[in-house]
Design a protein around this ligand. Structure first.
Ligand code: NAP
Length: 472
């Protein structure tokens, strides 16, 4: 099926198309328009034209548009989930979970549209400030360029479009080349929801061509990017004075203290490590367990991991399916090989069935190998032990990344110590680092990025504070 671009409020054809294949069956599923730099120009031109109208649109109207989008997703839940399965090979149960979260994300956006956090300023707190009434209002920052990854094609797009529209900004969305269908679906919903023409364009094509053009253009005011650190850092270097939010990768870790009941957390750890084949930015990649619990944890994790069902993402029973590309499969397997050669012990997995990499556990993994120090973005988890709590914290912090960390302990002192010492954007006490709900502040430090999402916080990134002072 040949798709069209959603450009400046119209569905248009392009000169060039690219075939889109299912990562699991490798069958062609659609032909995707390849936007040109001229299309980027049209999208930005339309966004600039509608900027004033959006800025003047009352909050309740912006909220209503977002509520209408919520209704449309609710009415089309299964279609949305199956679209994700088709283009991303996300197992159907996980895809339905993503749609449930997407609905929450747009609901939060519609609520936040109604309560933008304007502020009254007590000017008389400083000598010379007497006899004034002053307030700071959040104004839309302008045209938002949103660039998104393949792994949550509905919900991560929602984390860009939701706050942008809530704040009154037009958006040009460039979705990942592997997951354009979800983006076209949501554009259709926004059109039906009553969004003015030009307030959203969805342009598909090579990130290195149209993504670059979007980011370099002077008409773009805000860049909000979710994806790999390499691309994110490159874009930030090109952005000049534009506002930039970067949500990048990680090699997230969990610490498990010796007083913890391993039986209570095994299932959760397995979910954190292998949900969507480990292709989650906060996927659990490194487990650090107290040495007294190590043998028990490895045995129980192995049993639970071997129970995972590998197969067709459309099959209701499937837990783990194909990685996004064959080259990712080869890369992940070569990283497992490297770890084994350097002394890691393979507990389970390490093979490929048809095109599915088996969920893999490695123990006693040296810190210098790639499965430890780089982002795997595949179904691999490492288990290493520690003796002291301080050592455990140091092991987690020995990383270029810092998105979220998990800490299991029954000792309040240790929990507070970890929350203060861990170099990450979020600490989950008694949970996996993979935990996220969509209104919490979310984002990383170090190579995991800059800025925060979670609707209220993303709105702050997409608005400018304007001070108004009245002298009485
Ligand atoms: P990616 O390769 O960096 O791609 C992300 C987006 O950037 C895609 O739309 C891509 O377009 C575009 N792009 C590529 N090169 C570009 C360039 N030179 N200029 C502008 N845009 C460009 O990432 P991915 O493989 O889709 O996603 C996986 C990564 O995302 C992982 O590192 C993961 O941790 C991270 N992630 C982070 C979060 C978070 O919230 N922190 C959430 C999810 C994922 P094309 O597809 O056309 O190349």
């Amino acid at each position: 099926m040949r798709k069209k671009l959603f450009l400046a409020g119209e569905w248009v054809e392009t000169e060039q198309y690219q075939n889109l294949y299912s990562p699991y069956s490798e069958e062609e599923i659609a032909q995707i328009p390849l936007a040109s730099k001229a299309d980027v120009d049209t999208a930005l031109g339309a966004a600039v034209k509608v900027k004033k109208e959006l800025k003047k649109m009352p909050a309740y109207k912006r909220a209503e548009i977002l509520e209408n989008v919520v209704k449309l997703i609710e009415e089309n839940r299964e279609l949305c989930a199956r679209t994700i399965v088709q283009e991303a090979a996300k197992p159907i149960q996980a895809a339905r979970g993503e749609i449930a979260r997407t609905i929450m994300t747009y609901k939060f956006a519609s609520e936040e549209a109604r309560r933008l956090s304007n502020e009254y300023i007590n000017m008389d707190a400083a000598p010379g400030g007497e006899n004034r009434v002053a307030y700071a209002v959040r104004e839309p920052a302008g045209v938002v360029a949103a660039i998104t990854p393949f792994n949550f094609p509905m919900n991560l797009v929602a984390h860009k479009l939701g706050p942008a529209i809530a704040a009154g900004n037009p958006v040009v969305l460039k979705p990942a080349s592997q997951t354009p269908l979800s983006a076209f679906l949501i554009a259709d919903f926004f059109e039906k929801a009553g969004l003015p023409k030009g307030a959203l364009s969805v342009i598909t094509g090579k990130g290195s061509v149209i993504g670059e053009a979007l980011v370099s253009d002077d008409r773009t005011n805000v860049i909000t990017f979710t994806g790999s650190p390499e691309v994110g850092i490159h874009l930030k270097n090109k952005a000049g004075l534009k506002k930039v939010t970067l949500e990048l990768g990680s090699n997230s870790a969990v610490i498990i203290d010796d007083g913890v009941d391993v039986d209570e957390l095994v299932e959760r750890l397995v979910t954190g490590a292998f949900a969507y084949q480990g292709q989650v930015c906060i996927s659990l990649q490194r487990i650090f367990v107290h040495e007294k619990k190590k043998a028990e944890l490895i045995e129980k994790m192995k049993t639970a991991t071997n129970d995972l069902v590998k197969g067709d993402p459309l099959d209701e029973a499937t837990d783990v399916s194909a990685l996004i590309t064959p080259s990712d499969k080869d890369r992940v397997l070569s990283w497992v090989d490297e770890a084994e050669k350097d002394g890691a012990q393979l507990i389970t997995g390490g093979n490929v069935h048809q095109n599915i990499v088996e969920p893999t556990i490695l123990a006693n993994v040296p810190t210098h190998v790639k499965v430890s120090c780089e982002e795997v973005f595949g179904p691999i988890v490492t288990i290493n032990s520690f003796q002291t709590w301080e050592e455990a914290i140091e092991l987690v912090n020995d990383s270029d990344f810092g998105l979220q960390a998990g800490v299991y302990t029954n000792d309040l002192k240790k929990a507070f110590y970890a929350s203060e010492e861990l170099e990450v954007g979020g600490v989950m006490i008694n949970d996996i680092p993979t935990f996220r709900v969509d209104h919490m502040p979310y984002g990383g430090v170090k190579k995991s990025g800059t800025g925060r999402e979670g609707i209220k916080y993303a709105i702050e990134e997409m608005t400018e504070l304007k001070l108004v002072s009245f002298k009485k």
